[in-house]
Design a binder for this molecule. Structure first.
Ligand code: ZN
Length: 386
């Protein structure tokens, strides 16, 4: 099984460098990639010649995805697996009983699921008010207009950063940990952690809300990096993210005290290596006994491809506004469940079915109180290394 995972992920990485069309034909990962063709291929992670996973991207017209925010609907839909054989691992058999949200909840409650892997994207951050820097009308978008970016994603391109780091630092000022509060989706994962049932959370978000919700850095893979640490772009000296806070908040580009080079928060730019702990997926996904996918368009590779890296017998629960990846078409497995609609609403429904609502409310209330205390706020930053 490990071999299958390796093959899948590596081929995905390599294919990203070639073309999305080829990745559809060769891997069948396709439905997320079809979307990429229809819209803009926001980004993909590709493996370079030396075998290092890197963050790359292409542009076409009319993007959605990535951080993009779309109108949340209150409509709720639960879709269960169609029994079609999955393309990674063993798929579902047509004769096997369909799984429901209640089935998944029961197995979580009875601790049959104790190695849960969570994959999350922008859709869990938008309910906290994280703005989309590509959405006209959002304060952040308007703020970035003054920098005359050639295109929105240039903000995450290292060459552009060297040319003009100011737009990135304007974004950093907005997203720096402390401006926004985690929501029920983050606290649900925290509950899984507290109950000893979280194997790992893989997030595409860079807002640090997972850490703020108390998810341990050892349980987190921040695939697109973090503001909790920063590195001098010249001498590679490392700095705690908190050391940059004053400069970033005052609109000053932070400079290295040793060499005066620009210090860049450890956010993964296009073409940069993924964080080393991303490689934990090699052991995490084969070990997982439940995959929970929340708030992601599954358009960024190889992150998106991980959804196919769990064993075929493992349930995959999607809580998302729309069906995405294998949940949107023929690669659905019999044990897949999709809870569609507002993401926070979906998580709250699952929490409710689990009978955890009271516990989660208490946890959120306690954390809110803690975050209002200046001393604890500081302690929280120290604990999280931010
Ligand atoms: Zn330096």
């Amino acid at each position: 099984m490990t071999c299958i995972v390796l093959t899948s992920a590596l081929s995905l990485g390599q294919l990203c460098r070639v073309s999305v069309n080829q990745s559809i034909r060769s891997t069948g990962m396709g439905l997320s990639c079809v979307k990429e063709l229809q819209h803009r291929t926001l980004s993909c992670f590709a493996q370079n010649q030396s075998g290092v996973l890197k963050h790359t991207h292409k542009h076409t017209e009319g993007s959605t995805g990535g951080w993009s925010q779309t109108t949340l609907s209150n409509e709720r839909r639960t879709v269960v697996g169609g029994g079609t054989r999955g393309l990674f691992g063993r798929g579902g058999g047509g004769d096997q009983p369909k799984q429901t949200l209640e089935d998944v909840a029961r197995r979580i409650r009875e601790r049959d699921h104790c190695r849960i892997v969570v994959m999350a994207g922008a859709g869990i951050s938008t309910p906290s008010g994280i703005p989309d820097f590509r959405s006209p009308g959002s304060g952040l978008y308007d703020n970035l207009q003054q920098y005359d970016l050639p295109y929105a994603e240039a903000i995450f391109e290292i060459n552009y950063f060297h040319h003009n780091p100011k737009p990135f630092f304007a974004l950093a000022k907005e997203l720096y940990p402390g401006n926004y509060q985690p929501n029920a989706t983050h606290y649900f994962v925290r509950l899984l952690q507290d109950k000893g049932q979280l194997l790992r959370m893989y997030t595409q978000n860079i807002d640090g809300l997972e850490r703020m919700a108390g998810i341990s850095p050892s349980k987190l893979v921040e695939a697109h990096g973090t503001f909790s640490m920063a590195t001098c772009t010249v001498c590679r000296r490392e700095y705690p993210g908190e050391d940059l806070r004053a400069d970033i908040m005052s609109g000053t580009v932070p400079k290295c005290s040793a060499c005066k080079g620009i210090i860049k928060p450890n956010i993964v730019f296009f073409g940069e290596e993924l964080p080393h702990n991303f490689l934990l997926y090699l052991t995490d996904f084969p070990l997982a006994d439940l995959l929970l996918v929340m708030g992601t368009s599954l358009e960024v590779q190889p992150f998106a491809g991980l959804v196919g890296a769990v064993r075929g017998s493992v349930s995959r629960l999607l809580i998302n506004r729309d069906p995405v990846g294998p949940f949107s078409g023929g690669a659905l497995r019999h044990n897949d469940v999709a809870e569609l609609g507002d993401v926070v609403g979906g998580v709250r429904k699952l929490t409710d079915v689990l009978g955890w609502t009271q516990e989660m409310e208490a946890l959120m209330a306690a954390d809110r109180k803690k975050q209002q205390s200046p001393v604890c706020h500081l302690l929280g930053h120290l604990r999280n290394g931010t």
